[in-house]
Design a protein around this ligand. Sequence first.
Ligand SMILES: C[S@@+](CC[C@H](N)C(=O)[O-])C[C@H]1O[C@@H](n2cnc3c(N)ncnc32)[C@H](O)[C@@H]1O
Length: 276
Amino acid sequence: MSDAIANPLIESVAADQEFWEARAKMAPFSSGYTDPSVEQLEWNAIQRAIRTYAAGHSDPSVLEIGCHVGYTTKKLHELMQPSHYDALDISPGSVEMARHYSERHGYREVNFLTASATAIPLEEAACDLLFSIRCIQNIQSADGQADAFAEASRLLKPGGLAVLVENREEELGRLNRLREAADLDPIGQPRHTRFLVWSELSEQVSRDFEVVETNFFASAYYFGTRFAKWLNPAEEATELNSPHNLFYREMIQGSFRLALGPALIVLRKRANKGVR
Ligand SMILES: C[S@@+](CC[C@H](N)C(=O)[O-])C[C@H]1O[C@@H](n2cnc3c(N)ncnc32)[C@H](O)[C@@H]1O
C-alpha cells in the first residue's frame, strides 16, 4: 500500500498529517509523555483493562489507531502476542519509524499502515480489540472525531472491545474551575489537540456501544500536581519527581471521587446496533 493518503474524504485531516509528519522526524522511541508518572498510571490502567475484559477473546485480532512510532504497539504486542495486529497512523514518517523500531525490537508481525482513523482501509468487522491511546483527541474537529467512532464501530466485531485513553474537555473544565477558585491560571490543551467533548459524542457512542468502564486513572495525581501543589509555596512546582508528586501518584486513583485527567474508556460493540 502506498504511504501517501490519496482519499479525498480525508482532506480535512491533511493539516493534521503535516503536523504529525514534522514531529515524526524527530521522534525518539517513546510515548512523548513529559510526565512519566502519568505514563506509568496510563499503562497500569491499560494492562488492567486487558486482563479484565479481553480475557474472553483468545488470540484476538487487534487494531491500534494512532500508533505513532510504535512505542505503545511494542508494549501491547508483548502483552497480548496476538497473531494478527494492524497498527495505523496518519503520519507516513511515524509509520516508517514504527516499522524500523519493530524490526529492531523484534515484533515484525505487526502490519503497519498509513491511514486516518476517520477512514480506515480495512474490511468491516476486522478486529476483536481496538486501541486508541491518545489518538482521537488529536483529530481537530467534532465531525472527524465522530467519524473515528463510526469507524471503530464498523471495524469491531459484535462483542468486540474498544479501549481508549483520551482526554476530555469535561475533566479539563473541572480542573480549571478548581484552579480558578484558587486564583490559578487555567491549563490549556496541548498544541494540536481537541479534547473529546463527551456530551457531543455520548449519543452516538451509546447507540453503537455499551460503555463498560470509564476509569479516571490519574485523578488523584492530577489533583495533587495540577492543583494542590500550587497552593503550597514551599513545593518546587516544576519538579516531576518531588515527594509531593510521588505521594499523589501512589494514592489509589480509582478511589478518588473527583474525575480529573485522562480517561480510560472501555466500549463493547453492541451485537444489534441501535437496540439499547
Ligand atoms: C499523542 S500520539 C500517541 C501515540 C501512541 N499511541 C503512544 O502513546 O505512544 C498521537 C498519534 O496520533 C496520530 N494521529 C493524529 N491524527 C490522526 C488521525 N486522524 N488518524 C490516525 N492517526 C492520527 C499522530 O500522528 C500521532 O502519532
